[in-house]
Design a protein around this ligand. Structure first.
Ligand SMILES: C[S@@+](CC[C@H](N)C(=O)[O-])C[C@H]1O[C@@H](n2cnc3c(N)ncnc32)[C@H](O)[C@@H]1O
Length: 267
């Protein structure tokens, strides 16, 4: 019995080693497979965190800076005034404001001039930042602003961080708008507000708006009602009902495109 037992135990030991070898080999194949699957899932599921070099170039930053200083220059002051009036920003002694997709930060400078908040330029194209900081210093706002590489779809801010988030001319570039708007809701403080959209302030003088649209040509022709409908469907799916969509219609030229805006409130 003993020898049988001894034989058995030798057999078992050999078998164990063979099993162990097989399982090691199986594991050897399995590990890279699992890693490949995890990597594939994370590449597919991960929001865009690294700039796509075709889109977020230094040239793109220079082009946008140029148009913010020329064709679009009249847009920012009236928009800042509207934001201050709508949300009583001039009553706030302190606070954090984020301009999402701020580019050269022209709206931020107008907001710095009218509020006491600290304003953050959160943009996916970091080539804007040297231009932004140089201009901030020149205007005396160097201590009032920050900049951070940010994808709207995966904001680099903790929950309940910002008092207000604004964004002009950016959201239609976000690949996953639902993710972007969910992120905005996450980052807003309770009671905070966001004003996100494209176009111009509702009381922009009509002649100025006409001149801008003429220079922009066909590029800015889009169906705002269809856009509103698709945003409504998106918010319904997200279960967000604390929003308002604004399509400004100037009485003197109702067909003129003043853009589309979304006001979001964090409960
Ligand atoms: C047409 S420019 C508008 C710039 C600025 N808001 C203005 O009105 O002058 C669009 C901006 O959105 C930024 N942007 C595009 N996709 C983005 C994303 N996924 N997350 C953050 N910023 C983005 C671009 O880098 C660019 O600065």
């Amino acid at each position: 019995m003993k020898s049988v037992g001894g034989f058995r135990s030798m057999y078992n030991e050999k078998q164990r080693r063979t099993d162990a070898g097989n399982s090691h080999r199986r594991r050897g194949k399995l590990v890279p497979l699992v890693l490949a699957v995890v990597l594939a899932i994370s590449v597919v599921a991960a929001p865009l965190l690294t700039p796509d070099h075709e889109r977020f170039t230094e040239e793109a930053a220079q082009r946008m800076t140029q148009s913010a200083g020329s064709v679009l220059a009249p847009v920012y002051a009236p928009l800042a005034e509207q934001l201050v009036a709508d949300y009583n920003l001039d009553d706030m002694e302190t606070g954090i404001g984020i301009d999402l997709g701020s580019g050269p930060g022209t709206l931020i400078f107008e907001l710095c001039a009218r509020t006491n908040l600290h304003w953050i330029n959160a943009d996916i194209n970091p080539h804007f930042f040297p231009i932004f900081f140089a201009e901030a210093e020149k205007r005396g706002f160097g201590h009032r602003v920050s900049a951070i590489f940010a994808d709207a779809q995966a904001l680099p801010f903790r929950d309940n961080y910002a008092d207000i988030i604004v964004s002009r001319g950016s959201y239609h570039f976000w690949d996953d708008k639902a993710l972007g708007f969910s992120e905005i809701m996450r980052v807003l403080k309770p009671g905070g507000v966001a004003y996100i959209g494209r176009g111009m302030a509702r009381d922009m003088p009509v002649e100025t708006a006409q001149a801008i649209r003429e220079q922009q040509g066909e590029r800015m022709v889009y169906d705002r009602e269809a856009e509103a409908a698709s945003l409504e469907a998106m918010f319904a799916e997200l279960g967000i009902d604390t929003y308002r969509i604004e399509i400004p219609v100037p009485p003197d030229d109702p067909s003129l495109n003043y853009g589309i805006w979304i006001e979001l409130r964090a409960p």
